[in-house]
Every structure is written in structure tokens, then in C-alpha cells.
Design a protein around this ligand. Structure first.
Ligand SMILES: [Cu+2]
Length: 329
């Protein structure tokens, strides 16, 4: 179906690899394009950075809001939030022909043309409108699926939240309500990868993308060594009796184990589907790209330390830790 192959005109960001190896089919027109209930425009930035707690600035890439590229940008990328039942257009614009990207709405089940998996369909070097339906309320995420191992590692992802028709405050129709909400997208960085060109490894050479040695551990884009303990975009302040919804996303490659400082988590959903009955637990273990939605209802004031441990695939040993807090007044 997608048989037209053409070479990338210029490969290798920053004078890395001379291009030509990475071939890709042309992006077609979106089949069956119809009127959308919600439209999100996304551009690309490939010159962002996150300043870690040790003072080091680590390069990140991501999606911008509004469709234009930018000098730096938000990390993680701006959330896409829609209502169950909506037809959604995510319009990706990749400026110039310096590099390729896609958007994969992870956990959504669109047609192949709208799946955004570059390896199976096509990459975008101009503009493409991903058309998809928000079929099930829950927590998802979107990410680039071009040279995926590298581009996802570089930070090309953002939260994707589908609210039920009841709107904010209800997890899914007939499901639990909440008073506060936080997104914890937990990710590890191997900073030695964060300087590679966009097409690293696609010419057949071994650039080391099979060997992840993370040296930074983040919660929703904030260094989990220290900053995430107090950063208001990650740390939670609430009062006794309030119901906190944690939208937990394993945005890294390693398995993770998250605990909530001894607080009980009522786990209601995973990967956009509700459990028949909620599961009460103090610990959740997850694999790459898994999401869990849980409600935490503290019954006593205090400061509860949330700990995310990143586990070795083979040995299960802890490779690193990120921390944040729930402060209950
Ligand atoms: Cu990309």
C-alpha cells in the first residue's frame, strides 16, 4: 500500500551521519478525513534541554503546541486531553526535510494510516493529520515512533487523557470521582544517548542503542534526585479526605516499582480499561509504556514520600530512584 520509497535529503542532525540510509514511504492524504470535535496542532523541537540537579543540561526533543517548531519547548510535550466519543485530529507538522518524526497515540486503536508507527506505515516530513476516535476514557500517552528507541528516549512524548462525558473529576463513566489530579510520567535517561543525530543507528552501524545505562531518573520531566520532591508540577499538596487521582505512566524502558509513602492506592484502571473491581495496594510494578490510574485518599496529615525505583530487566536490581511527595494538611 505504501510502496513509494524515497531517501531523506539531509540526514544527521548536527553534522552527524550523512543521510541516505533512512528511507520511508510518502505520507498519504488522511483517508476518510472528516470534521473533528477536537484539533491539536503539534510541531517539533529538537533543541530543548532539562537542567538536572547536578547542574548539567541534558538535551531533549519534543512536540510544540501550535504546529510551529521552536527553540526548545516543554518537556514532556503538552498534553492532549479530549472527551470520550470525540473524533480527534492531531496535526503534525515537521518543518523542512532535516529529519522525520511521527505521532503514535499509544493505547488508541486507529487505522494503520493513523497509527503513527513509522516503521510500519510512514514518517512525516511535511504535515499529516492523524484522525482517531477517543473510544475509552483513561490515561494514555503519545510519542514519536520514528527511530523509536532513540526518539522516545529523547523525550518525544506527552500525556494523552480521555475524560468520560461527565468531564474532569470522574475517571470513567460509572467509575470513581476525584478532587485532585497529578500525572507522574516516570522515565530514565542515559545521557550518553542525548547528543546522537535523529537517524542514529539507521545506517546499520551500532551506536549503542541496545545498551541503556541510565544516569538520570525523572518524574514528568523533573529530576527525581531532588527537584521532584518540591516542584509544584510534580509534588502534591492536599488535605485530609480529598481524593487524589494519580495518572501513573511508565515512560521509560526499565520496569518500575512505585510506592506512595505507605499510603494505600486504590487502582481502578490500567492502560485505558477499568478493572472489574479496584485493587488496593501500596506498591505498583509496571513495564515500559504501562499506565495505572489510582485514587489515594489520605486519612491523616503528614508528608508522604513517593518512591519510584527503576529495575534492571535481568537482575531486578534497582538501577536508580526518583522521589516526589504528597503533603497532606
Ligand atoms: Cu521523532
Amino acid at each position: 500500500m505504501f510502496s513509494v520509497q524515497k531517501p531523506v535529503l539531509m540526514g544527521g542532525m548536527g553534522g552527524g551521519m550523512a543521510g541516505g540510509c533512512y528511507t520511508y514511504p510518502d505520507a498519504p492524504a488522511t483517508p476518510g478525513l472528516t470534521t473533528a470535535d477536537a484539533v491539536f496542532n503539534r510541531g517539533i523541537y529538537m533543541n530543548g534541554s532539562v537542567t538536572m540537579d547536578d547542574g548539567r543540561a541534558v538535551e531533549v526533543w519534543g512536540f510544540t503546541d501550535g504546529g510551529m517548531g521552536g527553540m526548545g519547548g516543554q518537556f514532556p510535550s503538552p498534553a492532549i486531553r479530549v472527551t470520550e466519543g470525540q473524533i480527534v485530529h492531531t496535526v503534525l507538522t515537521v518543518q523542512g526535510r532535516m529529519w522525520l518524526h511521527t505521532i503514535h497515540h499509544h493505547g488508541i486503536e486507529p487505522s494503520q494510516e493513523n497509527d503513527g508507527v513509522g516503521h510500519y506505515s510512514f514518517d512525516v516530513d511535511g504535515t499529516y493529520t492523524y484522525q482517531w476516535k477517543a473510544s475509552h476514557a483513561g490515561t494514555y500517552f503519545y510519542h514519536c515512533h520514528t527511530n523509536t528507541v532513540l526518539h522516545a528516549e529523547m523525550g518525544m512524548y506527552g500525556a494523552l487523557i480521555i475524560d468520560p462525558p461527565e468531564g474532569w473529576g470522574t475517571l470513567y463513566s460509572g467509575g470513581p470521582t476525584y478532587d485532585r489530579e497529578v500525572v507522574w510520567a516516570c522515565d530514565e535517561f542515559d545521557s550518553s544517548w542525548h547528543g546522537l543525530p535523529w537517524d542514529a543507528g539507521t545506517c546499520g552501524g551500532d551506536v549503542g542503542l541496545n545498551d541503556l545505562n541510565p544516569d538520570y531518573f525523572l518524574i514528568t520531566g523533573v529530576d527525581g534526585a531532588q527537584s521532584a520532591l518540591t516542584d509544584p508540577s510534580v509534588a502534591v499538596s492536599m488535605t485530609v479526605g480529598e481524593r487524589l487521582l494519580v495518572r501513573y505512566i511508565n515512560a521509560g524502558y526499565l520496569p518500575q516499582r512505585i510506592t506512595f509513602g505507605g499510603l494505600d492506592a486504590e487502582v481502578h484502571m490500567s492502560d485505558g480499561r477499568a478493572f472489574p473491581t479496584p485493587v488496593n495496594t501500596t506498591v505498583i510494578e509496571s513495564c515500559s509504556a504501562e499506565r495505572y490510574d489510582c485514587i489515594i485518599t489520605p486519612t491523616a496529615s503528614g508528608v508522604y514520600e513517593v518512591v519510584v525505583e527503576f529495575l534492571d530487566w535481568v537482575t531486578g536490581q534497582v538501577r536508580g530512584t526518583a522521589r516526589t511527595r504528597i503533603t497532606v494538611a
